[in-house]
Ligand binder design. Structure first.
Ligand code: F6R
Length: 608
C-alpha cells in the first residue's frame, strides 16, 4: 500500500525522503513522488514505476534543494498508476502540497462542488480533492484549514502537508490510516511506518485518529480536530534497524524464512513458565476463559489460513466451537454473534482495512475482542480489548512467512491454555504439548537446512501452468497456505482442495504431468489421503507428498517425498509449511519474478 515520508530540519530533505520511501517499498507501490520547498516555491517531481526512476530523475535528490519536504509511494486505487495520479498533489497555484494514504469516500461529491466553484483537477485521484479543499479554506492559518477539511472529508486518511507561505512547518493528519512522527537530532520526520525513520531516530509517536501534528525543525506539537493543543507520549523503538535490511540474504523472503526458528522461540518463550502457559498481557481470568461459548476467528489471506488451522486445534484440544471468517465477508453479512463469543482478529500488519472493520463491528456488538498482531502499536493492537503480540519483528517481504509461523504459535498457546483451564486436557498432556512446542524451532531449522533438495525440485516446475495442493483436516489448512504462497510470488495458477473434494469436479483438470502437492501429516487420515494421491496419479499427476518421518510406505504412491520431523498432530502445520514455502520461493526465483514485491500486491492492505 501507499507510503508517506516527510522531513523538516537542517539537512537536505530530498535524499532523506527518497531514503525513507525506499524503506517503505516493501508495502507495494506503482509510482512515487516528492515535493520540496526550495526557498521560494514548492517543487514537485513524480514518476511512474520504481523509486529508482525518481531517484535517477532527481540525481538522488540533489537537483531538489531544500530542507522541508514530503514524499509518497502510491499503490493505485482511484485512477491508473500514472505520473499525473502520483502524489504529491497540489492546489492550482502550487502553494500547497499533499500526500495521502487511504481513501476519501465522498471525493466525487466534493470534487463536483469544487469544480462548481471554479477549481480544475489534474488527476483522477481522490487525494487531489484534499489539496483544493485546503486551498478553499486556507486564509493564512494552516491549522484552521486542516481542521475544516477534516470535518468535510469522509473515509480514511493519513496526510502529509506543506504550505509554501509556512516554510517552517510540515503538517501530519490521520484518520484510520497509520502515521507516525519521529523526533530526530537534526530534524523531525513523519512516516506511515517505522522503518522509514529508523535511520534518523528511534523516538516515535503514533498519531491517533483525528489528531494533527505540526513539525518544525526543532519542535513537534499535537492538536485535536478542534485545533486545541494535546499532549502525546513517545515510544522508543527497540528493534534493530538491521532487522529491516536484507542482512546478506538474496531476498527478504529468504531471510524471513530463516528467521522462523527465532520467531517461534521469541513468541513461545515469554509465555512458557515452569511447564505452564502464562499469557499475562491478556489479563483473562480463568472464569472468563471458562465462559467463552465460541471462538470466532476473523482475518484475511495467510492470517485467515492460520485461523483455519486454529479451528482444528481449539476444537480438538479445548472443545470450544470455532467459526473462521474472511474479514471482507464478515463485516457485510450482519453476522450472528453470541454475547459470550470471543472474537479473535489475526493480522501481521495490524492495519488491514477489512480486519480492522471486522474488529470494530465485533466491538460494537459488545463482544470481547482479541488481536493476534505483529506490529506493535498498530490500529488493531490499539483497538482490540486484548492483544497477543507475535514477536516476529518487521516483516518486509510481501509474502508472509515468519509472521504466519508466529501466528500459529499464538493459537497453539491459547488453545493449550484454554484447554487446561476448561479441563479438557490433563496436566500431563499439557506438559507433553509444551515439550513438543519447545522442539519446533530446532525442527524448523532442520527443514530449512534441506533447502538445496527443494531448490532442485522447484527448478523443474518453473514452467508449470497449474499446481494443486491437497490435504485433509489440518493438512487442508496447510495446503491453503502452500497454494497461496506459490501463486502470489510465482504467478503460477494453483488451488488448494480438501483431498476428498477434488473428485467432485476439479479432478478433471488433472492431466499428464500436473503437479499435485499432497500434505499427509494427520495419521488418522493418512490412508484416506493416500487413496486421493492414487486417484490423481492414475490420471497422470506427478505427486509431491509432505509427510511425517517414518511414513516411508508413501513412496509407493507418491513420486517425490519430503519428510518432516515428528511432532504432535496439532503442530504439524509449523513444520509442513517450511518445504512448501521453500518450494514457492525457489520456483519464483527460477522464474525471475520479483520475489519480495510481487506484482499487484501490497504488504499492508489498508483499503477494503
Ligand atoms: C500472503 C499475505 C497476505 C496477508 C493478508 C493479511 O502472503 O501476506 O495474504 O496475510 O493480506 O495481512 P495482515 O496479516 O497484515 O492483516
Amino acid at each position: 500500500m501507499c507510503g508517506i515520508v516527510g522531513y523538516i530540519g537542517k539537512a537536505q530533505a530530498a535524499p532523506i525522503l527518497l531514503d525513507g520511501l525506499s524503506k517503505l517499498e516493501y508495502r507495494g507501490y506503482d509510482s512515487a513522488g516528492i515535493a520540496v520547498y526550495d526557498g521560494e516555491h514548492i517543487v514537485g517531481k513524480k514518476a511512474m514505476g520504481r523509486l529508482k526512476v525518481l531517484s535517477e530523475m532527481t540525481h538522488d535528490g540533489e537537483t531538489m534543494p531544500g530542507t522541508v519536504g514530503i514524499g509518497h509511494t502510491r499503490w493505485a486505487t482511484h485512477g491508473a498508476p500514472t505520473d499525473e495520479n502520483a502524489h504529491p498533489h497540489f492546489n492550482e497555484s502550487e502553494t500547497i502540497a499533499v500526500v495521502h494514504n487511504g481513501i476519501i469516500e465522498n471525493y466525487l461529491k466534493l470534487k463536483k462542488k469544487l469544480i462548481d466553484k471554479g477549481y480544475s483537477f489534474q488527476s483522477e485521484t481522490d487525494t487531489e480533492v484534499v489539496a483544493h479543499l485546503l486551498d478553499y479554506y486556507y486564509k493564512g492559518n494552516p491549522l484552521e484549514a486542516i481542521t475544516k477539511v477534516m470535518h468535510r472529508v469522509d473515509g480514511s486518511y493519513a496526510l502529509g502537508i506543506i504550505f509554501a507561505d509556512q516554510p517552517g512547518y510540515v503538517y501530519a493528519v490521520r484518520k484510520d490510516s497509520p502515521l507516525i512522527v519521529g523526533k530526530g537530532k537534526d530534524g523531525n520526520l513523519i512516516a506511515s511506518d517505522v522503518p522509514a525513520v529508523l535511520k534518523y531516530t528511534r523516538d516515535v509517536c503514533f498519531i491517533e485518529n483525528e489528531e494533527i501534528a505540526r513539525l518544525s525543525e526543532d519542535a513537534i506539537e499535537f492538536f485535536n480536530v478542534d485545533g486545541e493543543p494535546i499532549e502525546k507520549t513517545y515510544k522508543t523503538i527497540e528493534w534493530d534497524v538491521n532487522a529491516a535490511e536484507k542482512g546478506g540474504y538474496e531476498h527478504f523472503m529468504l531471510k524471513e524464512m530463516y528467521e522462523q526458528p527465532k520467531t517461534v522461540r521469541d513468541t513461545l518463550s515469554p509465555r512458557l513458565k515452569d511447564n505452564d502457559i502464562v499469557i499475562e498481557e491478556l489479563g483473562m481470568t480463568d472464569e472468563e476463559i471458562r465462559e467463552i461459548s465460541r471462538i470466532r476467528i476473523v482475518a484475511c489471506g495467510s492470517a485467515y489460513h492460520t485461523g483455519v488451522t486454529a479451528k482444528y486445534v481449539y476444537e480438538g484440544m479445548a472443545r470450544i466451537p470455532v467459526e473462521v471468517d474472511l474479514a471482507s465477508e464478515f463485516r457485510y453479512r450482519n453476522p450472528i454473534l453470541d454475547e459470550k463469543e470471543l472474537v479473535i482478529i489475526i493480522s501481521q500488519s495490524g492495519e488491514t482495512a477489512d480486519s480492522l472493520a471486522a474488529l470494530r463491528e465485533a466491538k460494537e456488538r459488545g463482544n470481547t475482542t482479541m488481536g493476534i498482531v505483529n506490529v506493535v502499536g498498530s490500529s488493531i493492537a490499539r483497538e482490540a480489548d486484548k492483544v497477543f503480540y507475535t514477536w516476529a519483528g518487521p516483516e518486509i517481504a510481501v509474502a508472509t512467512t515468519k509472521a504466519y509461523s508466529a501466528q500459529l504459535i499464538a493459537h497453539y498457546l491459547l488453545a493449550i491454555k484454554f484447554a487446561r483451564v476448561r479441563g479438557t486436557i490433563t496436566e500431563q498432556e499439557m506438559a507433553d504439548y509444551i515439550t513438543d512446542l519447545k522442539r519446533l524451532p530446532d525442527q524448523i531449522e532442520l527443514l530449512l537446512g534441506n533447502k538445496e533438495r527443494i531448490q532442485r525440485f522447484a527448478n523443474r516446475y518453473v514452467t508449470a501452468k497449474d499446481v494443486f495442493f491437497i490435504g485433509r483436516g489440518i493438512d487442508y489448512a496447510i495446503s491453503l497456505e502452500g497454494s497461496l504462497k506459490l501463486k502470489e510470488i510465482s504467478y503460477i495458477h494453483s488451488e488448494a482442495y480438501a483431498a476428498g473434494e477434488l473428485k467432485h469436479g476439479t479432478i478433471s483438470l488433472i492431466e499428464e504431468g500436473t503437479l499435485v502437492s499432497a500434505v499427509v501429516t494427520q495419521e488418522d487420515l493418512y490412508k484416506k489421503t493416500v487413496s486421493n494421491i492414487v486417484e490423481v496419479r492414475t490420471r497422470g499427476a506427478f505427486v509431491m507428498a509432505v509427510t511425517n518421518e517414518g511414513n516411508t510406505e508413501i513412496e509407493k504412491a507418491a513420486d517425490y517425498v519430503v519428510y518432516i520431523p515428528k511432532t504432535n498432530k496439532y503442530f504439524t502445520n509449523s513444520l509442513a509449511i517450511i518445504p512448501l514455502q521453500l518450494f514457492s520461493y525457489y520456483v519464483s526465483v527460477g522464474k525471475g519474478c520479483d520475489v519480495d514485491k510481487p506484482r499487484n500486491l501490497a504488504k499492508s492492505v489498508t483499503v477494503e
